[in-house]
Design a protein around this ligand. Sequence first.
Ligand SMILES: *Cc1c(COP(=O)(O)O)cnc(C)c1O
Length: 384
Amino acid sequence: MKPVEKSGVDSRLAGGRLTIDLDALVANYQALKKMSGNARCAAVVKANAYGLGADKVVEALWGVGCDTYFVALPQEGFAIKRLYPKATVFVLNGLHAQSIDSIAEGNLVPVLASIEQIELWARYWQKRGSRRPCAIQVDTGMNRLGLSVEETIAFRARNLKEHLVTPMLIMSHLACADEPSHPLNAQQLESFQKVASVFDDVESSLANSSAIQSGDDYLFDLTRPGIALYGGDSIEDVVNPMRPVITLEARIVQIRDVPKGETVSYGATQTLERDSRIATVSVGYADGYPRAGSGAGVALRNAVDSAAHGSIQGHKVPLLGRMTMDLSMFDVTGVPDEALARGWIELIGRDILLDDAARAAGTIGYELLTSLGHRYERIYVSNG
Ligand SMILES: *Cc1c(COP(=O)(O)O)cnc(C)c1O
């Protein structure tokens, strides 16, 4: 695998190394596109493409024909439109009086979430004697964002008479797509089918990563995967079919031998039960590696089965004591010297899956990815 670009901190100086496999990203997109059947497959690249770097992610996906993107905020959309003016970029969080000028000038498509937002967009273009497409968000049961089903159907009738706006997409979002057997999925599907049948000349979209894997009924005209593109697990109790995209490694800065009975880190919360060898690495919670994954002595620790682990050439090594801001300690007792001599511990990657690392910190892969810090050397790799 060849590095195609490096960014972030100089490799000689960085405490952590984040490798992003663009070939795996592209393979995941192609797999999701295939699962999307006749529906078009967009990419959700909000929050800097879940922390991986929206510029590089969009460049890779654009290269394989993905021309439709979803972001949360206008700023995230401008960056894409600057590079790819022909891309269709939907702004999921809608618009308000202060953002409307920028959204319009930036040629972004706002996902309108209320009658007020629809009227704002309608008045804006009436004044200018022109029109621009929008998307409409329907809340079918998550109670987060969108018009109710009844409001949406009533709006359709009004729009046919008054020609307020020109919707190009009608969409909704599932609350429990990661639990395919949850009854709310079927209810939301039924509500959305009702809306989509009324908007029969407009593209419709319901499926995120997990819903794409839940059967054809959820696909509609356009799918919106996010986490699965980045290798995250999106469905409970099913083996993740996606390829891991990121590898996070931490540099070992010291190895020490410590006798049984001594304690490790702040608060002296973890007592060594045997003579131990400890590797201290220069990644801590300031790098977005969550403190809740500490070996002992933090609030969540007792609620989650096991502490975070690292891996050195296949040897799994547990975190010891409290993780600190810039440093974490791993128990490397028994790991062969040759392996230690390589100087790095994998925190997330092939051996330590993203979702296992997240689970050990009482969180989800989404939060772990979007928290990835700014002190890593970032290496984008590809054979292509
Ligand atoms: C974030 C988001 C997605 C992508 O969800 P994943 O679970 O990451 O695939 C799709 N649609 C909406 C409305 C979202 O907010």
